[in-house]
Design a protein around this ligand. Structure first.
Ligand SMILES: *[C@@H]1O[C@H](CO)[C@@H](O)[C@H](O)[C@H]1NC(C)=O
Length: 264
């Protein structure tokens, strides 16, 4: 394979990320049947480039914290669990690319800088100078490298180094933009308040109806809501597949009553 010089690679990545495109060349070996089969539901063997396997349960995870815009939750990551809710991690050290920021750019990076923030210090541990980028890298290293449709061999001749990591960030942002938790909750009359408390049934009922399946709602030990995990199965590839909502595999960690949803 011809490998172009690094600057050419970077500008190519920057250009494709900026346009939010999904023009990544597909591996020619996926049939329509392969690409239409729902992850965790295949009854025959399908090439792992064409279906997320064996971790075919995908989660778009979000934080509520003091960081980021007041009227928005922020991105934690995109995770792939095994179909039973257990999960793999750190699947390919050779693709733990040194800089996450180097593979994104343009509008995508701008969005990530605003909405993908190092809430719990994971990113600072990875990169003290750039904690948010440390979180992006951590999420890719830990979760993205486990996704079977995001491996270089699935891209064919059009593959360029780290392209699949850029696709991971793009797909995460695209899903997050469909999951405006702040707006979902507001429509149900659930707004941040220093005084009011909410019940678990209110949160779960509201978000289950908005998403089409019950998400995981997480609280800290003081009963403050701080996390949401939206679950999906997927037809086709992470980069351009069809996401289908599905139920959480976990019980909420929030108390039944007295949940606090604090203003930023
Ligand atoms: C579904 O496809 C995966 C990936 O090829 C394979 O490992 C798994 O065995 C398949 N499941 C069934 C029931 O054939």
């Amino acid at each position: 394979m011809h490998i172009p010089a690094v600057p050419a690679v970077l500008s190519l990545l920057l250009a494709s990320a900026a346009a939010f495109t999904t023009s990544t060349p597909s591996s020619p070996s996926c049939t329509l049947h392969d690409l239409r089969t729902l992850s965790c539901h295949n009854s025959t063997s399908i090439p792992p480039c064409c279906i997320e396997s064996p971790s075919g349960l995908l989660l778009q995870t979000q934080y509520w914290s003091s960081l980021g815009p007041q009227n928005s939750w922020t991105i934690h990551g995109l995770w792939s669990d095994f179909c039973d809710g257990t999960y793999p991690a750190y699947c390919d050290a050779s693709r733990a690319y040194p800089s996450a920021a180097a593979v994104v750019g343009g509008a995508l990076e701008k969005f990530m800088r605003k909405y993908w923030l190092d809430v719990d210090g994971t990113g600072a541990a990875v990169d003290p100078a750039e904690p948010d980028q440390g979180l992006w890298k951590h999420e890719w290293d830990k979760h993205g490298t486990c996704m079977s449709t995001l491996v270089p061999g699935c891209y064919g001749a059009g593959y360029r180094p780290a392209m699949e990591a850029a696709d991971y960030f793009k797909a995460t942002v695209q899903l997050f933009r469909r999951l405006d938790t702040f707006k979902f909750l507001k429509k149900c009359g659930i707004t941040p308040s220093a005084a009011r408390t909410y019940t678990r049934a209110e949160f779960v009922g509201c978000l289950g109806a908005a998403h089409g399946a019950t998400p995981f709602v997480g609280c800290d030990s003081e009963g403050r809501v701080n996390e949401l995990w939206y679950y999906y199965h997927l037809r086709g590839k992470v980069v351009d597949g069809k996401w289908e909502e599905t139920e959480t595999t976990r019980t909420s960690s929030c108390p039944e009553t007295g949940i606090r949803y604090l203003p930023k």
